[in-house]
Design a protein around this ligand. Sequence first.
Ligand code: PXP
Length: 250
Amino acid sequence: MEISPLRLGINIDHVATIRNARGIQNPDPVRAAHLAVKSGADGITAHLREDRRHISDDDIQRLTNEIDLPLNLEIAATDEMLAIALRHKPHAVCIVPEKRQELTTEGGLDAIGGHNHLKPIIDQLNANGSRVSLFIDPDKGQLDAARSMGAPVVELHTGKYCEVSGEERDAELERLAIAAAHASEIGLECHAGHGLAYDTVEAVAEIPNLVELNIGHFLIGEAIFVGLENAIKRMRDHMDRARTRIALPN
Ligand code: PXP
């Protein structure tokens, strides 16, 4: 089996979280995106939340103007966000579930129950030239629903895998691997992300059907201690090491 290279998308939301804590200009998430480009990232991810708690509309405009790497814009499936995504035409749009009170994106989108609401949004984004991805739990039914709505990409939520330990973690990893294999079988490009850190990324990077990981919070936190460039490079090293292991089995 041919193992595809694994892309790394850097989520810069939490640089904006720190900026917004003071309501001033610094630290600038777009500067972080420039640094991510320099550090070997393959893409930039930003979640424009309805409450604008981190990334702002102006950040999205500046990312579009200044960054040459593919932009993966994460949005909730609302009319307001759809209009913004259609206007900016980012390389990719990842549709995520969003609840006002949550600290971060909890669980995946309900692609099965949300079919009637999601399908026209996916159709418009597809027609506008953005690659649509649905952020879902590693579940066969959700993958089939994504496929049936014409989304070319899915992103598997790795949050649960990262939170649990021991046998539960093994079981979650197995769920991710089975889901990624099923995604490939039915013709979906498969990404993964949420909660990944140095100690959790390698096992996920060993799943051969994955082609992209999106990582943010851990890297922004780590940047406080070692700098963003070093943090990204070390994450890349972990991913490459895992990928080499599956490309060259003993
Ligand atoms: N992928 C998606 C769809 C997300 O919503 C997030 C969090 O915004 C991430 C990846 C990155 O998660 P984390 O910041 O925990 O690395």
